[in-house]
Structures are given as structure tokens and as C-alpha cells.
Design a protein. Structure first.
Length: 203
């Protein structure tokens, strides 16, 4: 395990939507470092001398397959259920998921991958990602990903801008009203280390 980790975000030129996973990449890198691994962030870099953790691998093309090191780990962020998903327009992403170890935050997705080289990566509170804020600034800001929907508008009246879903909008509305009672769970570095080591062994 002397090789470092390279947490890389695939972002084709002009494709701004990859930035939606920038903080996910930062989280993975921070947790690997917390586990004692040497880990760095990169964009569009596949390093032969490192364990590559690839985000947005669905944006890679068939010509990229030969240059992906065999011990790479794919962090999947796309739905793998039935349906017309654009990332399966060709068989390239299916081949990537079948060939490499896969990390995913959704167990439902992993259930659809036909090999055992896969692990769930939960997103919990990570102290390294706490952003410093000016004490004089008390305004609360919200950023939503996705397109506005009628259901989302009903779930969080008075909030403008794009939203992702009814569930998210309702949860945000509860938080703004001070009624959210969801527990804040800290990331478990020991459990994360177990998953990381399993990925290195190809289990």
C-alpha cells in the first residue's frame, strides 16, 4: 500500500456539471487522508503510480479504457436502475463498472452490479470539509441541483431556484423551520479504511 491515492474528477472541456461532484471528491480525499493514506485531488488525470479513484467515469469514452490502471476504483454517482439512462447509450460505462472495483453511496445501485468488488461509501459529517464563515454574516443560502418541479415547489414554498426532488425540498423546509431532528453522524475512519483496503486488494 505504498502507492498514493489519486482522487480524480473527470470533466470534459466546457462540461460544468462535473463540478456537482467536486465536494464528493474532496470528501473521499479527506477521508483517505484521515485513514493515514497519501491522497491528492486531480482533474482528468489517471496516474499509473497511484490508486485512482475516478468520479464521473461515465464521461469516459471507449478510447480511454486502455489507459485506466487495473487497480483503479470507480465512484459511481449515476442511477443504475431500469430506464433510459443516457450514460448507458454505449456499452463503455457498463464495461467500466464490470471491470473495476466500484464505490457508491447507494446500496440499491450496488445491488445491480454483478460482481463482489463493490462497497458502499456513506456521506457523513467530515470535519476537514467545514468551511470557515465570517461571524458577521448571518444569512442562510441554499443551492439546489436539478430542474424545478411542481412537487418541489409545493414541498418548500417560498424558495426559488432549481430543486432536486420533493423529498429534498421537504427536508430543507423542515430544516429552515427548525423542526429537523435528523442525527448528525460523523464519518467512521476505521470503517472507511476497511473499505479502502478491500478496494486495493480487489475484493
Amino acid at each position: 500500500m505504498s502507492k498514493p491515492f489519486n482522487v480524480t474528477l473527470i470533466q470534459p472541456q466546457g462540461y460544468i456539471f462535473s463540478a456537482a461532484l467536486k465536494e464528493a471528491a474532496e470528501y473521499l480525499c479527506a477521508m483517505l487522508q484521515q485513514c493515514g493514506f497519501d491522497a491528492q485531488l486531480s482533474t482528468n488525470e489517471l496516474r499509473p503510480g497511484a490508486y485512482n479513484v475516478i468520479l464521473c467515469a461515465h464521461l469516459l469514452g471507449a478510447s480511454d479504457l486502455p489507459r485506466i490502471p487495473r487497480d483503479s476504483i470507480v465512484f459511481n454517482s449515476e442511477p443504475l436502475g431500469k430506464g433510459d439512462h443516457w450514460h448507458f447509450a454505449s456499452d463503455t460505462y457498463s464495461r467500466i463498472l464490470a471491470r473495476f472495483h466500484v464505490w457508491d453511496y447507494a446500496e440499491r445501485n450496488l445491488a445491480r452490479i454483478d460482481h463482489a468488488r463493490k462497497d458502499t461509501i456513506p456521506f457523513w459529517y467530515c470535519r476537514q470539509l467545514v468551511r470557515t464563515r465570517s461571524p458577521a454574516r448571518r444569512l442562510r443560502s441554499l443551492l439546489f441541483y436539478g430542474a424545478p418541479t411542481v412537487a418541489a415547489r409545493i414541498g418548500a414554498p417560498g424558495i426559488t431556484g432549481p430543486m432536486i426532488s420533493q423529498a429534498c425540498a421537504t427536508g430543507v423546509a423542515r430544516s429552515l423551520n427548525g423542526s429537523s431532528k435528523l442525527p448528525l453522524k460523523c464519518a467512521d475512519s476505521a470503517d472507511f479504511r476497511r473499505v479502502a483496503v478491500a478496494g486495493l486488494r480487489g475484493e
